[in-house]
Design a protein around this ligand. Structure first.
Ligand SMILES: N#Cc1c(-c2ccc3ccn(Cc4cccnc4)c3c2)n[nH]c1N
Length: 250
């Protein structure tokens, strides 16, 4: 997978050189290219922002540098690019909330381009223009306000890259995680390791009993219980077709 990131704060993306994502790049599973938006300015001050039409607090990012930068990215596609081009992912407080389902969808793409805004965001014409050329997804990490898109790119890149074959050593674990489609999107059950007793707290006996059917039942019950108390919105999306009578009794 090729990832292009356009930003004025390239150093924010340094963590992508670490750990599993860094290893995936070394293995050739991921090709991350960070482009400095300021390379696409032509004034002495390398200006990327200006005041908003109609007034209002703060500054907006000018469309011209974005147009030049994104055109340069699109002019250099990877060999395995989709005929429709990349998905342009634009982190934004007004975007669709990013979910595991979106991570799975993006992980199926050979090429993602991220546009990291700063200030009060990017001139709206940039997204409008590129919607006519590529698939655009404006995404939000959640209902709180960050100072820019770089943190979202780190989160989205990690969520997507870990789904790529070969990035996570034990791919089977991906299907047992919270929000995994194979897990009906439920939150994960509580997990325990040795010792069997710690500070007076014991591991649930069923988990050490060797009865795998009982363990699976306990785990499903705990996942349903956790989801019902912490994320009733997720439980509401549970497909009744995938529930048995015991599920509904929890
Ligand atoms: N993803 C995501 C986000 C962002 C986010 C993403 C990109 C930018 C570019 C600028 N700002 C600051 C800003 C401040 C106020 C109004 N509009 C924009 C961004 C915030 N905030 N919260 C999220 N979940």
């Amino acid at each position: 997978m090729r990832l292009d990131v356009v930003t004025i704060f390239g150093e924010y993306l340094q963590p992508l050189q670490l750990s599993l994502i860094g290893k995936a790049q070394a293995q050739g599973l991921l090709d991350v290219r960070v482009r400095d938006l300021r390379e696409h300015t032509h004034d002495r001050h390398r200006t990327v922002d200006d005041t908003p039409y109609g007034g209002g607090a703060g500054l907006l990012m000018k469309p011209e540098p974005w147009g030049e930068a994104l055109d340069a990215v699109l002019a250099d596609p990877p060999e395995d690019a989709d005929p429709r081009g990349p998905v342009l992912v634009v982190p934004s407080p007004v975007g669709e909330v990013f979910t595991q389902r979106a991570a799975v969808e993006l992980a199926a793409e050979p090429w993602l381009v991220f546009a990291c805004g700063r200030y009060e965001g990017i001139d709206a014409r940039v997204v409008e223009h590129y919607r006519t050329r590529v698939r655009v997804r404006e995404v939000s990490l959640g209902d709180y306000v960050l100072n820019g898109g770089e943190v979202a790119v780190l989160a989205i890149t990690e969520a997507v890259a870990r789904l790529l074959p070969g990035v996570i050593g034990n791919a089977a674990s991906l299907t047992e995680e919270s929000h995994a489609p194979e897990h009906d999107g439920l939150l994960e059950h509580p997990a325990y390791t040795k010792p069997a007793s710690w500070r007076g707290l014991d591991v649930p006996a069923v988990l050490a009993g060797g009865n795998h059917a009982a363990v699976e039942r306990w785990r499903r019950d705990e996942a349903l219980r956790r989801t019902a108390t912490r994320r009733p919105d997720v439980l509401a999306r549970l497909d009744p077709e995938r529930c048995d009578a015991r599920d509904l009794a929890v």
